[in-house]
Design a protein around this ligand. Structure first.
Ligand SMILES: Nc1ncnc2c1ncn2[C@@H]1O[C@H](COP(=O)(O)OP(=O)(O)OP(=O)(O)O)[C@@H](O)[C@H]1O
Ligand SMILES: C[C@@](O)(CCOP(=O)(O)O)CC(=O)O
Length: 510
């Protein structure tokens, strides 16, 4: 028996910083970048005396990092004891395993099912973790080989490539920092945690994700997704050592949506965790009223999310968040004013995108013809394409979404200047302005907390190709990632064999 579950990476297109405080929403799009967790037993058979065992074997393999960690899992407490070298461990995976096993035990109360669960655990857990290439930055290697910064070069990489580490850097005190994986900022820890939790909870029989894979996770079988979310969010916060807004975990579980954060108090018991009481902590977490909100939201049809890596790297979300919070304290009036303007502009953007989705449903022909025509024109000419009332509505909404986004960018820049952090630094402003002035570009901005690391654009029709070419020509690497609104999902098998069979069938067809 083998279970494979996957969870996507995210892009926060609006609501950065504000989403940290309830009830401000964030608009988060999930992507084609996915983490996969494969769970299977270590032992085929249970030995007759196994009922007396107190510990089960756990093996975690990360082929891309050439890492393997071995543990003993306490059947009673659901806690892990490491039996291999410390270097190969990962706090997100460890917490995901402990929380999932404890959650399965808490949720399964039937005596027979409980015995079956213990038997399954005693056969050991063999967990393999794989992350799509899109989570990692290949910019430096591409540059070092003198290759062009194009999506085609990224496409030529084998799937689930080995991951290279950033070179070791000495910090100010002269000590060498642990090398870090070069990432694209899609939320690898959240996607990884959600995929491991989903695979384990399904494998252990605590949830059934099999009927939900195809449908929108925001509405599909609510209870199972909510259960995966509560466990993944708890494990992620404990592993990370802090409680963020959680939009990354939420997107990994539910897919694209409009997110309002959970109340941090929900995790108060988990924060005072002392190994042995994990089952009590999990029992508490799963009975809490999780008050995060997720409302259906995704890009309207014929719109494309594009991401680029400018390669100037270097911003750090925690310190940017810290500086913004500091500024809120030191200048509360100005901060409240900026936040209120940002909140309004975020809401206008959301409403215009919703209107566009609605227009596409109600008047598809008008919608399609306007979007296709606008995709070939700069925004200054968009009003000229409308020839009837419905088409005018589409153009009006496109332009209003653009204006709202320009306003969001303006206030994000103001906030950056006031807080002394580069939320939309000058180099990004130039790139984003140039991008927003190209044919068929609706939006271009910095995702999430902003900074130098990444840019995104939402383009109309087929315009993304020209934007990607323009980015390549100015040294911005266009990534292969697109929006995919699916959240956690069960997979038919190991994605490495899937990739091979798809490649083989495409060769045969070709
Ligand atoms: N393919 C992989 N297999 C196993 N572990 C991985 C893999 N890729 C990344 N990791 C681990 O995942 C964790 C990512 O955590 P980190 O806090 O760096 O990410 P993040 O801030 O969520 O990422 P991002 O920059 O993508 O938003 C690290 O512990 C890293 O070692
Ligand atoms: C600043 C913040 O709102 C967004 C951070 O987003 P990202 O990790 O840069 O994608 C922080 C948060 O919501 O946890």
């Amino acid at each position: 028996m083998e279970v494979v579950a996957s969870a996507p990476g995210k892009v926060l297109v609006a609501g950065g910083y504000l989403v940290l405080e309830r009830p401000n929403p964030g608009l988060v799009l999930s992507t084609t970048a996915r983490f996969y967790a494969i769970v299977r037993p270590i032992h085929d058979e249970l030995s007759p005396d196994s009922w007396a065992w107190a510990w089960a074997d756990v093996k975690v393999t990360s082929p891309q990092l050439s890492r393997e960690a071995a543990y003993k899992l306490s059947i009673k407490n659901s806690t892990l004891q490491l039996t291999s070298a410390r270097e190969s461990t990962n706090p997100f995976v460890e917490q995901a395993i402990q929380f999932s096993v404890a959650a399965a035990k808490v949720s399964i109360t039937d005596k027979e099912k409980k015995d079956a669960l213990d038997k399954l655990l005693l056969r050991g857990l063999n967990i393999t973790i794989l992350g799509s290439n899109d989570f990692y930055s290949y910019r430096k290697q591409i540059e070092a080989r003198g290759l062009p910064l194009t999506p085609e070069v990224l496409l030529s990489l084998p799937p689930f490539c080995s991951i290279t580490f950033n070179s070791e850097v000495a910090n100010g005190t002269g000590e060498i920092c642990k090398p870090e994986v070069a990432k694209t900022g899609l939320g690898s820890s959240a996607a990884m945690t959600a995929s491991v939790v989903a695979a384990l909870l399904h494998y252990l029989g605590a949830v059934n994700l099999s009927c939900s894979g195809q449908s929108s996770s925001v509405t599909a079988t609510g209870r199972d997704f909510d259960f995966v979310h509560a466990i993944a969010q708890s494990a992620h916060c404990i592993a990370q050592g802090k409680i963020g807004s959680g939009f990354d975990v939420s997107a990994a579980v539910y897919g694209s949506h409009r997110y309002t954060r959970f109340s941090p108090e929900i995790l108060s018991s988990a924060q005072v965790i002392g190994g042995s009481c994990l089952p009590d902590v999990v029992a508490d977490i799963v009975t809490r009223r999780w008050d995060h909100e997720k409302t259906q939201f995704s890009l309207p049809p014929l719109m494309c999310l594009l991401l680029g890596e400018p390669g100037t790297g270097g911003s750090s979300t925690p310190s940017m968040v810290g500086s913004v919070k500091q500024w809120q304290k030191s200048d509360p009036q100005k901060a409240a004013d900026t936040w209120s303007k940002l909140g309004m502009a975020n809401s206008v953007l959301e409403n215009q995108l919703r209107s566009l989705s609605k227009l596409s449903e109600d008047h598809w022909d008008a919608y399609e013809s306007v979007v296709r025509s606008c995709s070939r024109l700069t925004f200054t000419k968009w009003t000229e394409v409308a020839t009837n009332q419905q088409q005018e509505l589409v153009v009006k909404s496109l332009l209003a979404a653009r204006d709202a986004f320009l306003e969001i960018r303006l206030h994000m820049r103001e906030m950056g200047v006031a807080a002394g952090v580069p939320i939309e630094p000058e180099s990004q402003t130039q790139l984003l302005d140039a991008t927003m002035n190209m044919e068929g570009v609706l939006l271009a901005g910095v995702p999430g907390a902003g900074g130098f690391d990444a840019v995104f654009s939402v383009t109309l029709g087929e315009a993304s190709g020209a934007v990607a070419n323009a980015w390549s020509s100015v040294g911005v690497l266009p990534l292969l990632v697109r929006e995919d609104s699916r959240g956690v999902s069960l997979e038919a098998g190991d994605p490495r064999t899937e990739e091979v069979s798809t490649a083989v069938s495409s060769i045969q067809i070709g």
